[in-house]
Design a binder for this molecule. Structure first.
Ligand code: SAM
Length: 250
């Protein structure tokens, strides 16, 4: 399946809540939601079911919650939803966890109108309680912590997910050569500009990520998620077995 960008109306609606916060928050939202194929890719492929309880780990300024929040209250025709995309996942609830106070503040301010449907916890994913979720999303975050911490986060995500739940994990493929080195270089610069200390990144080849998730009981499907960018990012769609006797939920 080739990836398509977010429809312009949807991009406008999802990013509008950041406008009152100033140029940086708004332009960052437009650049990221408009340019990163992950956000459109999740919707296009129907990877988030309607009414899902979502855990967004390392949520930044809450862009995924903003996107999902903008899907409610309009018909498919009104929002010019592409006809070859899966149905829009209405009425999701998002719990975002984020280390950087400025990002959490922006997320809370911009998305206050979503009430209980979008809440944000300032915290470290290594220690913050994940609660319960149907879908966990970790986009470009795990490589900031060392290998044992990554494994612990993934174990806790597995425990937090309902039977049949899904982890959507985007990682860089350390075996991908030059595109991977470009990803890492850009990541280091952006991380520094966002106020983090420059430290080592803990990356793994794609096969190692897949093996780790399989050991934890997930069935894993890798989907390239870097179209239109020079990077080596892969979205791992990792599913837990559905409850015994029940239908596959996602
Ligand atoms: C590359 S950004 C990705 C943001 C968001 N997931 C997205 O795709 O737009 C990585 C985010 O993870 C956050 N982060 C890094 N280490 C973290 C940790 N230990 N706990 C929680 N968040 C963390 C960073 O502050 C940053 O907002």
């Amino acid at each position: 399946m080739s990836s398509a960008p977010l429809p312009p109306d949807l991009l406008d609606q999802a990013t509008a809540p950041y406008r009152p916060l100033g140029q940086f928050a708004w332009r960052f939202a437009r650049g990221k939601l408009g340019g990163d194929p992950a956000f459109a890719g999740l919707l296009q492929r129907g990877l988030i079911p309607a009414h899902a309880r979502l855990l967004d780990i390392g949520c930044g300024q809450g862009l995924l919650a903003a996107l999902l929040g903008s899907l409610d209250g309009q018909s498919t025709a009104e929002r010019n939803w592409p006809t070859d995309w899966a149905a829009a996942p209405a009425l999701c609830q998002v719990h975002g966890i984020e280390l950087m106070p400025r990002d959490v503040e922006r997320a809370r301010t911009a998305l206050a109108h979503l009430g209980e449907r979008a809440r944000f916890t300032l915290g470290n994913m290594c220690t913050t309680d994940f609660g319960q979720a149907d879908v966990a999303v970790i986009l470009d975050v795990l490589h900031y912590v060392d290998y044992p911490a990554q494994e612990d986060v993934l174990r806790r995500v597995q425990a937090a997910l309902a039977p049949g739940g899904t982890l959507l994990l985007r990682v860089g493929d350390a075996s991908a050569g030059l595109p991977f080195r470009i990803s890492n270089w850009v990541d280091a610069v952006v991380t520094f500009v966002r106020g983090h200390r420059l430290t080592r990144l803990y990356c793994r080849p794609l096969g190692d990520w897949q093996a780790l998730l399989c050991q934890l009981g997930f069935r894993v499907e890798p989907i390239p998620m870097h179209q239109g960018t020079p990077f080596a990012n892969i979205l791992l769609v990792a599913r837990l077995a559905p409850p015994a006797g029940g239908p596959e939920s996602h």
